[in-house]
Write a protein that binds this ligand. Sequence first.
Ligand code: NAI
Ligand code: NA
Length: 399
Amino acid sequence: MIIQPRVRGFICLTSHPEGTAQNIQNQIEYVKSKGKIANGPKKVLVIGASTGFGLASRISAAFGSDAATIGVFFEKPAAPGKPGTAGWYNSAAFENEAQAAGLYAKSINGDAFSDEVKAKTIELIKQDLGQVDLVVYSLASPRRTHPKTGVAHASVLKPIGVPFTDKTVDFHSGVVSDITINPIENEEDIANTVAVMGGEDWKFWIEELKAAGVLADGVKTVAYSYIGPELTYPIYRNGTIGRAKDDLEGTVPALNELLNDINGISYVSVNKALVTQSSSAIPVVPLYISLLYKVMKEKGIHEGTIEQMQRLFAERLYTADGQVALDEKGRIRVDDWEMRADVQEEVAKLWLQATTENLEEISDIKGYRDEFFHLFGFNFPEVNYDADSNEVVNVPSIT
Ligand code: NAI
Ligand code: NA
């Protein structure tokens, strides 16, 4: 069938199999171009492996370090006449490439928050890998059914305390307007957001993996966080999602205690703001990202998810001398280039100037749009979008 983009706000309802495969191919080529990661991981579990940072982590581990990988994600499989989600096609393409390169790759498609998927993952590790030496935790979800209480928590993206008014952009039309986001009205919104995006599920995973004996001596685990500039603090770091990130970062000491007797260690890596399915849903952030991209590209320091994760693996998690550079709060920082003073000063200046009329000129809104479409396999020059697509991609390694 012929598959074209069908966009509704910040989501695209369709994904292109050959285009997503091109996206995977490009990411693999990038990782290979950087050479092998010395002392890299060998057996890796990635939770949230189908898109964004988790997918890029999986590609970095597999093609940068010859790692066997197990991916966990929640995606819709392809069926005749009914294309699957981008994450499904990404994973299918990744597994085909990995297997062609002689690398073990299998995935579990299901709810990572559930006890059932954790048990299934443990069984698969036992059966095929014995143990894993790296666990990447990269879930981004609007909801979580708690496995112990059965309560369905929904996260919210809101300020805490006072209403927040600032600029935002509709990245499809390029219209810049003011948006006011009202603060939460009850504290439960914070608790719910923490329940979905905080550290509890990461801890459940590590506890269960450890109890099952499937974590190798010296295991590492890493989860991803964000800080960003002051201008997004009200909606991000000081808002409900920021409370969840505080909670995620606050889980590190407990995990380190848990992993101590097997010489394991846990990290939170603070990553750069990037176009992903999750970040495009946050008001104000797309305008910030389009200005940030402009400034970072001009300075020659722009990175996408794959550049970020390859650098995280090669220059932070797995260094030649085994030292992992951390900030004063114990976090890995690969948002270091985003947060450089010269970058932030220029973005802040452009932020004040940005209007519908000058946006194409002063920002990289074009690059934003392009990357948004790339997430779903569209806008790749190598792909003919008028041709028939093979929407059914059969991958027995995904169960
Ligand atoms: P994403 O939306 O691209 O990826 C989310 C992944 O989680 C997908 O693989 C999806 O299938 C999986 N997932 C969601 N719900 C699931 C469930 N119930 N069961 C199993 N899998 C499920 O998101 P992105 O942006 O890569 O985010 C990953 C992490 O990185 C998040 O913690 C996010 O806060 C963080 N981060 C994101 C930044 C950004 O600008 N995008 C910046 C810094 C950190
Ligand atoms: Na991810």
